[in-house]
Design a protein around this ligand. Structure first.
Ligand SMILES: Nc1ncnc2c1ncn2[C@@H]1O[C@H](COP(=O)(O)OP(=O)(O)O)[C@@H](O)[C@H]1O
Ligand SMILES: CC(=O)N[C@@H](CCC(=O)OP(=O)(O)O)C(=O)O
Length: 295
């Protein structure tokens, strides 16, 4: 900011006013992907952005991932893990590590940065207050060799089924910033690993959030020639999943956007979280940066 004149600084703030008014008292869910966490400076800027939202009478709810951080810990422990349709196949040993990393180190680091920036963040996961109940996930996949469809059992992986907002609404009411790790409880009390995007969609849908921002490490949804698609209809998104243009971790992200729109979330975007102040750029300027998914 130092090379900007005080008058320009005032103009920038003034131009943000209509955007701030648009989101006044609204809830915005921000999914902070493991790949978006990047270096310390970016993470601290992300935390400042979240505190700024809270300060301008917006209710931010942060849902985080941590896929790369889980991978590092699993590797250190010599546990091999595989993915199907962008989801980690999670056995009994893996779920212990997933919970330790997501609800432990990753969650508390984000809480720490937000609190250092002057916010009051509270770190929880979907198990707290019975917030998210999930059922075990299976996915139907086509075997690449035989081309026959088969059902893949993903182990301790869940799809959210029911969100209880009691605890979240209490926190939001007290101007606390919820920071949520994507873990849920099954109906028989088991801990389930939920994809961070899917979890964020369930929370945004239940809260009827005004916006859902998915922060990742790519500029948005890319086409076959790796060019950014600035806006994408649900119909075209489904086609891109079917023809393989959208693959891996981008599948749950786009599916989440579709689900959130169906649940009444007004705007859903996938943006590059490694860009400094990605959240402020997206919400408080006219410069949309990533992929906007719409009906
Ligand atoms: N069409 C696509 N456009 C952009 N990214 C894609 C696409 N298809 C697959 N991907 C992959 O999806 C990744 C983002 O998902 P993921 O790794 O789960 O991120 P995060 O940790 O942020 O949730 C990208 O880094 C990219 O490798
Ligand atoms: C079931 C499943 O795949 N869970 C994810 C949870 C973390 C996550 O989603 O992290 P990102 O947002 O950084 O990708 C996993 O185990 O990696």
């Amino acid at each position: 900011m130092t090379d900007i004149s005080p008058l320009d600084q005032a103009r920038i703030l003034s131009e943000a006013l209509p955007h701030m008014q648009q989101y006044d008292e609204e809830t915005i869910v921000i999914k902070y992907g493991g790949h978006a966490m990047g270096d310390e400076e970016t993470a601290k800027n992300f935390a400042r952005d979240i505190v700024l939202l809270e300060q301008t009478a917006i209710n931010p709810v942060v849902v985080h991932g941590g896929g790369p951080q889980i991978a590092t810990m699993l590797k250190r422990l010599g546990i091999v893990s595989e993915f199907a349709a962008g989801l980690r196949i999670t056995d009994a040993a893996t779920i212990e590590v997933v919970e330790m990393v997501l609800a432990g180190s990753v969650n508390k680091q984000i809480v720490g940065y937000i609190n250092d920036a002057g916010g009051k963040a509270v770190g929880l996961c979907g198990k707290d207050g019975n917030m998210v109940k999930a059922s075990k996930t299976t996915r139907t996949m086509v075997d690449p060799d035989s081309h026959i469809e088969k059902v893949v059992d993903l182990g301790f992986v869940g799809d959210p089924e029911k969100v209880d907002l009691t605890l979240l609404n209490q926190l939001i009411g007290y101007e606390l910033i919820p920071v949520l790790a994507p873990l849920a409880t099954s109906h028989d009390g088991q801990t389930l690993n939920v994809n961070g995007d899917t979890f964020a969609g369930a929370i945004a849908g239940a809260l009827k959030a005004k916006r859902l921002l998915l922060l990742t490490d790519v500029p948005g949804v890319l086409d076959k020639s790796k060019k950014l698609i600035p806006d994408l209809s649900v119909k075209d998104a489904r086609k891109l999943i079917a023809d393989g243009t959208i693959s891996g971790g981008m599948i749950p992200k786009v599916e989440t956007c579709i689900y959130a729109l169906e649940q009444g979330v007004e705007g859903v975007v996938i943006i590059d979280g490694k860009m400094q102040h990605a959240v402020l750029l997206e919400l408080f300027t006219n410069q949309g940066t990533g992929t906007l998914i719409h009906k």
